[in-house]
Write a protein of this length. Structure first.
Length: 396
């Protein structure tokens, strides 16, 4: 961020402390956008981006920043967002954990057919709508990169008169040996596409269309293309073991896992808690969560309640702890209200959006009965500004 005659300017391609020449690319009512043209005084944390289309592609934002500095910047962003809301941070222990691998970490991605007759797949350009063809993507898993040329070649031609069209939603599974393929918007072509692409991939990965297997510790799971999964599977232990540790000795008694999805974290919690109630509104995800409780022989230690979190929480009575991992928009207002009025002694909040986290902590800690004891930034998305954060809230 820079300032020019009182106007805030967001500069792509710069690092805090640098002096650069930047070209304005857009002006809004209260800010402007600009791109770096030349670096006059370089940061010691500046590195050469390894991707040949970095800056044009809309996927990555920080490939020009060393991984160690990225972690520092993300910590600063989270702390600043929370501090701006008035949530007290005095006495809060704040730390940050780097990702195990800064590249090759994404187990899921969407690739689009590009216009202009280019046979490759690609991404949407930064700041625009055009599609940019790529040979491979350095932040995606090697199984995806290995299969991209075969999948692109196997795609049927677009309908007459249609623009590029066609998107492939790809999910890695079976510890990197399988790739789940879902064509969009027409999923009916999946069997033919997989058959044609598989013939071009004699050495794998194995292509599938229904579900794929995931593992966490000694637990096994099945996921579909619609299932929510953590795209950085290598960073899952950093995230989930923080949750387990912060629940306290013995993992507490009765733990609620709100926004449970297919139950990966729920099953892990059931290994340490006396009872886990998983709450999930999506019927397919709730069904998979029940299946995973049975597959992993967790018995009555894991119960699944299908419904909205704000509807289910008031029916559960007193619990020992709640884990919330909401969508990017954060907690629904009724959930915040329930926690403020009747919440348990411990709340562990997992967030993928610093602004939404800050808003909810403002109510729960700044105005409400909780104290933010610990805050941990986990860099699940290197080379981008996205970040996961875990907070431990204690009721006072």
């Amino acid at each position: 961020m820079a300032r020019h005659q009182g106007l805030v300017v967001f500069v792509f391609g710069a690092i805090p402390g640098e002096r650069v020449v930047a070209a304005v690319t857009g002006v809004r009512r209260q800010h402007a956008l600009a791109d770096v043209v030349r670096v006059l005084r370089s940061s010691p944390d500046r590195v050469t981006p390894p991707c040949p289309v970095y800056g044009r592609c809309g996927g990555c934002h920080w490939q020009h920043v060393a991984a160690s500095r990225q972690l520092v910047l993300k910590r600063e962003v989270v702390v600043d967002a929370i501090g701006r809301t008035g949530c007290p941070l005095e006495g809060t222990v704040v730390d940050a954990l780097p990702a195990p691998d800064p590249f090759g970490y994404r187990w899921r991605g969407e690739f689009h057919r590009v216009d202009g007759g280019d046979p490759r797949l690609g991404f949407t350009e930064r700041g625009g709508y055009r599609r940019l063809a790529v040979d491979q993507c350095p932040i995606h898993h090697q199984a995806i990169n290995r299969a991209l040329p075969a999948l692109a070649a196997a795609l049927p031609p677009p309908p007459p008169g249609g623009a590029g069209g066609g998107t492939l939603h790809l999910t890695v599974g079976d510890e990197g040996r399988e790739l789940l393929v879902e064509p969009r918007p027409d999923p009916t072509i999946a069997p033919q596409l997989v058959e044609a692409a598989s013939a071009r991939l004699p050495d794998g990965p194995r292509l599938g269309t229904e579900t794929t297997g995931l593992r966490y510790r000694e637990l096994g799971f099945r996921a579909s293309s619609q299932s929510f999964i953590q795209v950085n599977q290598g960073a899952v232990p950093l995230l989930y073991e923080t949750v387990v540790e912060w629940l306290g000795p013995g993992g507490a008694g009765h733990v609620v896992d709100a926004y449970a999805g297919i139950g990966v974290l729920s099953c892990r919690l059931a290994q340490v808690a006396r009872l886990v109630t998983a709450v999930e509104v999506n019927p397919a995800a709730a069904a998979l969560c029940r299946l995973h409780a049975d597959l992993n022989q967790l018995g009555e230690r894991l119960r699944v309640r299908r419904g909205r979190v704000e509807d289910v929480l008031p029916t559960l009575g007193a619990v020992d702890a709640i884990v919330v991992d909401p969508p990017r928009a954060g907690l629904a207002p009724p959930v915040v209200g329930h926690l403020a009025l009747q919440g348990p002694p411990v709340v562990v909040y997992v967030s993928c959006d610093p602004a939404a986290l800050a808003r909810d902590l403002h109510v729960l800690c700044g105005l409400g009965p909780y104290r933010l004891e610990r805050l941990r930034v986990v860099d699940c998305f290197p080379q981008t500004y996205h970040v996961e954060t875990v907070g431990r809230l204690l009721r006072t």
